[in-house]
Write a protein that binds this ligand. Sequence first.
Ligand SMILES: [Zn+2]
Ligand SMILES: [Zn+2]
Length: 248
Amino acid sequence: MEATTELPPQRLLGRYSYPTSHRVIEIVAVVLFYGFGAVFAWRTVASLVDSLDPATVAVAAIAVLAALIVADFASGLVHALCDNLGSVDTPLVGQKFIRSFREHHTDPLDMTRGDFVRVNADNHLVCLPFLVPAVLWMDVSAHPVLAPFLLALMVFVVLTNQVHKWAHVAEPPAVVRWAQAHKLVLSPEHHKVHHTPPYDSHYCITSGITNPFLSRIGFWPALMRFCRWLGRFVGGSPAAGHSQGPGA
Ligand SMILES: [Zn+2]
Ligand SMILES: [Zn+2]
């Protein structure tokens, strides 16, 4: 899994090779996420510090672990559906979400050439429908479990694509290599299974913590059967790496 130095063209809003309108949406999503996210994080942490006792710390720690499991599972579910259901022509989600997953199986190293906005903006965008209402209407002091869970969940969600990118980078930062070696984030060895025939497992890409359990209970074959059944109604075909030839 070696990165190349071939970069997208330099343009007004950075290095990218897709429509400028998409780039503007991505940048707005990232800015909104960090604006609202800073407020929500401040309120949540302040509320935890206000009522700091062992029980609160234990509950918050459990909420963070639960958030990691939910984020990892959600990453796998979205990934598996985008790899196996519909096509780039599917209305609403085809161009914005399915395309990037399909292209990743055609050229797994392409995402290593993308900048921060291109790689991570979509995940910032999907958090906004949860983050904005939480800031506007949620009393975090009245939700000592839900608030840290939501905060941790959004942190893990926005980290997911970056973590996935690091799993494909030849030489990630030293701290990332340490985290990969300790299974805190997705490791290249773990993720390589997904890019190896028969391409039908290890879809979770936040830390991969849920992959062994999901494989053991046969979750992915069941989901694939569901996708094949639903595919007869919505059309499209699986990612190239899932039906023929190597994806990585
Ligand atoms: Zn995939
Ligand atoms: Zn990958």
